[in-house]
Design a protein around this ligand. Structure first.
Ligand SMILES: [Zn+2]
Ligand SMILES: [Zn+2]
Length: 340
């Protein structure tokens, strides 16, 4: 491709140009009265969700030579980043929807702990290759002090101790592909059941929100059975939408953008401008901007980009233009409005 033959700085300008000309983020229009959309008459909304997963997410990654080592490395970075992330959201009083892998709630486990769970059959998807062995083969069957990459009760306590009221949502129990194609309903059922059980030990209620791992989507009837009311979804056509009902009666919030340094040559101000554009467009169109991140991200994003974005969001909030909250909050608000 031509772009790859250009020097890095030119590549960056070209990528930026393509992004700004693309017209993204695209909007899903609706007929809902703006006065009914947000609790205090705000003009747009903003949700941040984090896929909190430690080593579980990367065990079967296709495009790295040693997925196991890669997974451990990601988990270690996540442990370094998490206190910084909690602090920065606290600085701006912004809540996060923490889509948490259920296994992270455990202090320890043994092989028998997961013995009852039905296992997903082997599959290959866009990102993963699970073609031999058991889904839990990398589980160290240990505890969070010995194997801190696989458990995170200490980090979950830090999230709960924060003075911002965060939401603990689910990201399945063992970071599974949740699609109808690869995940039989019995497996999906056990994953959600195990997550609820694990959260119970923290005195937490059943999760009402889910973010699917690996961009998968499916088994919605199982989610409904366990009381999930909203999920995050990524589609190519549209990035900004006010949460809407799917054919099963669950709410869908579309992901709008990701805090991810996917273009290393972009400057911090390039990234800041990009996220501010998403927020502004949500305000202009009465939709919800939903920005996703992985706590294992490049800390550069936390230090160089997030503060400006949060400062802007907090300012829009104080002007009464922007609602900022969690997936569960907007879902509860919408379902209450509907019952009136
Ligand atoms: Zn385990
Ligand atoms: Zn994930």
């Amino acid at each position: 491709m031509l772009r790859r033959r250009l020097p890095l700085s030119k590549q960056a300008s070209l990528t930026k140009l393509v992004y700004w000309l693309s017209g993204k983020p695209f909007v899903k229009n609706d007929e809902i009265d703006i006065k009914e959309k947000f609790p205090n008459n705000e003009k747009g909304g903003l949700i941040f969700s984090a896929d909190f997963e430690m080593a579980w997410a990367f065990r079967y990654t296709k495009d790295v030579s040693n997925p196991y080592e890669f997974a451990l490395k990601k988990a270690r970075q996540e442990r370094i980043n998490l206190p910084m992330i909690i602090k920065i959201f606290e600085d701006y009083s912004i809540p996060v929807t923490w889509a948490t892998v259920g296994h992270l709630f455990l202090e320890s486990c043994q092989q028998v702990t997961h013995g009852w769970m039905k296992r997903i059959p082997h599959f290959v998807n866009r990102c993963w290759q699970f073609t031999s062995g058991d889904w839990f083969d990398q589980d160290p069957y240990s505890n969070y002090k010995e194997a801190p990459e696989w458990y995170a009760p200490d980090l979950i306590r830090a999230i709960l101790d924060s003075n911002v009221k965060h939401e603990l949502a689910t990201h399945t129990f063992s970071h599974i592909d949740f699609s109808d194609k690869n995940c039989p309903a019995e497996v999906a059922d056990d994953e959600i059941k195990a997550s609820i059980e694990a959260m119970k030990s923290f005195g937490l209620p059943k999760p009402v929100s889910i973010c699917f791992p690996s961009g998968s989507w499916g088994n919605v009837p199982v989610l409904k059975k366990y009381g999930i009311i909203i999920y995050r979804k990524k589609i190519n056509e549209v990035q900004l939408a006010y949460p809407y009902y799917d054919e099963y009666g669950l709410l869908v919030t579309l992901s709008s953008d990701v805090f991810d340094r996917s273009y290393p040559t972009w400057s911090s101000s390039d990234y800041q401008a990009r996220y501010l554009k998403v927020i502004d467009k949500a305000i202009k169109t009465g939709t919800v901007a939903h920005i996703v991140f992985h706590p294992s991200m490049d800390p550069w994003m936390i230090n160089e980009v997030m503060p400006t974005v949060f400062e802007y969001a907090a300012e829009m909030r104080s002007l009464g233009k922007l609602w900022i909250g969690t997936m569960g909050e907007i879902a509860n608000y919408i379902s209450k409005e509907k019952n009136l």
